[in-house]
Design a binder for this molecule. Structure first.
Ligand code: GCU
Length: 591
């Protein structure tokens, strides 16, 4: 019906234009357009938004975003959908968890809400979306402002020129379709939630806006890097706890300096955080930063110069009722369970988790492995995919690189050892180091099962070799793991980034595959073998909680991966939990 409207140009073009989305895929909202938001007072736009699913992208074809908000009684054309009227959903949320009809929906969905904001002429206004899975196109008052690719990293868009003095209409078109060229691509072992599932905020700033602030401890002191956008020519840094103040000269909006200081070092035993403030041109931000060193020497991992063993567990960001929506309570429960397991370390698989996770880990003294979803058979030969991966990595690192808890950036998981993949992921490891020279790089690699040896060409380009091995589950013989252990002579630390077995505590058999007894025995035998490998400096068994996944519909899985040591109810423990806890208690005494 809207084809009659001049909004869609020629009436039939809306029906016949299969290149309709090209103008809305600029990917111009990216790591370079982020602003630093720690310590700012944002205005929340969370709450009820108008919502509709749009499987065939009718909204982009007919340009719903350009429609004027008038009462339905004043409409002069019949509608396929009226963005200003209809159902609402809470933001943040995952649409799959809100309505049975949307459980397996993959496609576009429209979020619409109004807001008023009287922006003083000397101010700037930014929108920040904590995460929207996967492609998020932003329209304000009918104007397309840009789009962001990547389902787990924040993005910002400047609204200064588009915001009006009265009622403003904001529309987000979010598309979670899995495609061959996206990151992750169309085949993953976790549920493809969709939606605006992290917080949405507005930030008002002066003409000068602090876009980035990064501090890290190195041999020669505390390195400070700041990026400022606007007329200011200097910035002022303060770390009161160290009695430090410094004026940073800005050259082309950037400042770098090294401050002589000997801070109390952050560690799991002593998670010391320092208040840091930075101001420039009337703008100001703050953060709580822990200072520590993480290095590798030979096959050892050193925290503040001391060798450590990473007693870890892998976790997804998943909840049987909320989907990928998390909360401070959910994260603190996850970390408390990890602590009860005896962990000092967690692998936040397979994508950037909510930024609260690293902040809470900073406070609690837990170390983290953070990762971008370069997962399985990525389209490694595709330049657009590589650009997407590089941007998601930069967005993750710039979001979390002031977090002492984060010690490892992982550039992928279980990828085939091809030339294209090697070039792609070596490039990501180099990019991680360029963004942040103060942390270790890794990836979860595969074993050469034919020759029973740890062998992956990427290992030469990362600091820590992650190894996913399932001997005794996917690979039949535990004895083969003994052979791998004996045949492998890595020159750098190895972390067992995954090992585990499913156990269905509800309907599983008493013995054999998918039984609690088998999972417990699996852990006993894995630990018996791994504890003898002195180049193994940590492990993050798969996984703390059972989690939702479409591809597992067996009678013992029923839409969930049941390798959890705790069931998806985040209460019911399985016997294997205590077996791993006993080993970690031992390793805590003798790292
Ligand atoms: C793989 C993969 C995980 C997956 C796990 C499993 O190693 O990295 O994402 O869930 O195996 O099969 O349970």
């Amino acid at each position: 019906m809207l084809e009659r409207s001049d909004l869609a140009g020629n009436a039939l073009s809306a029906l016949h234009d299969e290149d309709y989305d090209r103008p809305y895929n600029l990917q111009n909202l990216n790591a370079e357009t982020l602003i630093f938001t720690s310590g700012r007072n944002g205005r929340s736009l969370d709450g009820d938004w108008n919502f509709c699913v749009d499987l065939l992208d009718t909204g982009l074809r007919q340009k719903w975003f350009a429609l004027a908000p008038v009462a339905s009684s004043e409409r002069t054309e019949p509608w396929d959908y009226d963005p200003f009227d209809g159902d609402t959903v809470p933001v943040p949320s995952c649409w799959q968890m809100l309505n049975e009809r949307w459980y397996f929906f993959e496609g576009s969905a429209w979020y619409t809400r109004s807001f008023s904001h009287d922006l003083p002429p000397e101010k700037r206004l930014f929108l920040r979306v904590g995460a929207a899975q996967y492609d998020c196109k932003v329209f304000l008052n009918g104007q397309f402002l840009g789009n962001h690719y990547g389902g787990s990293t924040p993005f910002c868009v400047e609204l200064t020129e588009a915001v009006g003095s009265g009622e403003n209409w904001l529309m987000l078109c979010v598309n979670n379709r899995r495609t061959r060229d996206r990151l992750p691509m169309r085949n993953t072992d976790w549920f493809n939630y969709g939606g605006v599932y992290r917080e949405v905020e507005l930030f008002e700033t002066p003409q000068t806006v602090i876009r980035d602030l990064f501090l890290y401890l190195h041999d020669d002191g505390i390195h400070v890097e700041a990026t400022i956008d606007g007329p200011a020519t200097e910035a002022h840094l303060a770390i009161p706890g160290l009695g430090l103040t410094a004026t940073l000269d800005l050259s082309k909006g950037r400042a770098r300096t090294v401050l002589q200081a000997h801070p109390d070092l952050w560690s799991p035993e002593s998670p010391v955080l320092y208040d840091v403030t930075l101001s420039a041109g009337g703008d100001s931000v703050s953060d709580k930063v822990g200072f520590r060193r993480i290095e590798r020497r030979g096959t050892s991992i050193l925290l503040n110069g001391q060798p450590i063993f990473l007693r870890g567990i892998s976790v997804h960001e998943d909840d049987e009722l909320q989907g990928k929506l998390t909360s401070e309570e959910d994260i603190r429960r996850r970390f408390a369970h990890a602590r009860e397991l005896g962990c000092n370390f967690l692998r936040l698989a397979h994508y950037p988790h909510h930024e609260m996770a690293a902040r809470i880990a900073d406070e609690m003294g837990l170390m983290l492995w953070e990762e971008i979803p370069v997962y399985w058979a990525i389209d490694f030969a595709n330049p657009a995919t590589r650009h997407d991966a590089e941007n998601q990595l930069s967005e993750l690192i710039r979001r979390d690189r002031n977090r002492a808890s984060v010690i490892i950036w992982s550039v992928g998981n279980e990828n085939p050892d091809t030339d294209e993949r090697l070039d792609f992921m070596k490039g990501l490891a180099d990019r991680a180091r360029a963004e942040d020279p103060s942390r270790l790089t890794s990836a979860a690699c595969l074993i050469n099962h034919h020759d029973l040896v740890i062998e992956d060409r990427l290992a030469a380009y990362i600091d820590v070799i992650g190894i996913n091995e399932y001997y005794g589950w996917y690979e039949e013989n535990f004895s083969d793991l003994e052979a791998v252990g004996a045949n492998s002579h890595p020159d750098r630390p190895v972390v067992i980034s995954e090992t585990g077995a499913d156990a269905d505590h509800i309907a599983g058999p008493d013995t054999g595959l998918f039984s609690l007894a088998y999972q417990a025995d699996y852990y006993r035998r894995q630990i018996e073998i791994l504890r003898k490998l002195d180049y193994v400096k940590g492990m993050t068994p798969w996984i703390l909680y059972d989690f939702r996944v479409e591809r597992r519909q067996g009678i013992y899985q029923r839409g969930f991966n049941r390798k959890g040591l705790i069931a998806a109810d985040k209460k019911t423990r399985k016997p294997a939990f205590d077996i791993l806890a006993a080993y970690y208690a031992e390793r805590a005494e003798k790292p």
